[in-house]
Design a protein around this ligand. Structure first.
Ligand SMILES: [Zn+2]
Length: 145
C-alpha cells in the first residue's frame, strides 16, 4: 500500500535542519513570520508510538525552537501545538504570537481579526530570518549526545 501521508512525502518544504530522527521546517506564511514545525522522521500518529529516544528528541527540538524564538523574536507569546487531526503523523507547531498579529488572541487556525501594517510585518520577517539562521547550529546538538 502506498503511504499517502504528506509528511512522509513532503513537497516544497522549506527545510531548516534534518537529523536522523526528525526535521524542522520553516512554516511561516504572509501573516505569521516566525512559525516552525518539528516533524518526526518516522510515521506515527501519537507520541507514545515513537521510541523513547525519538520522543525525547522531538520534545528537545521543540524546546530548542521555542527558546530561540523567544530570544530572537521576542514575541508576546509562543504557541505550541500538536494536533494531527488532519495529518496523523507526529509534528509540533511552534509559533511566535504578538498581540497585534492577524489572529491574536485566538489560535492561528481561527478567523482573522485584523490586518497588520506591512512595515511591522517586515520587521518581524527580519527577526524570523535571524532565528532561521541561528536554528541549524542549535539543532545540531541533537545529533551529539
Ligand atoms: Zn507520515
Amino acid at each position: 500500500m502506498t503511504n499517502k501521508c504528506p509528511l512522509c512525502n513532503p513537497e516544497n518544504e522549506r527545510l531548516i535542519w534534518k537529523g536522523r530522527l526528525l526535521r524542522v521546517i520553516d512554516a511561516s506564511d504572509d501573516d505569521l513570520p516566525g512559525y516552525v514545525r518539528v516533524i518526526a522522521a518516522r510515521h506515527a500518529a501519537e507520541m507514545p508510538q515513537l521510541s523513547t529516544q525519538e520522543r525525547a528528541q522531538v520534545i528537545r527540538a521543540v524546546q530548542i525552537c521555542e527558546d530561540c524564538m523567544l530570544e530572537v523574536m521576542q514575541p508576546d507569546k509562543v504557541n505550541l501545538a500538536s494536533l494531527g487531526n488532519m495529518v496523523p503523523h507526529v509534528h509540533w507547531h511552534i509559533i511566535a504570537r504578538y498581540r497585534d498579529d492577524a489572529f491574536f488572541p485566538d489560535s492561528i487556525w481561527s478567523a482573522r481579526h485584523r490586518t497588520m501594517p506591512p512595515e511591522k510585518l517586515q520587521e518581524r520577517r527580519t527577526k524570523a530570518q535571524r532565528m532561521l539562521e541561528r536554528l541549524p547550529a542549535l539543532l545540531q546538538a541533537l545529533e551529539t549526545p
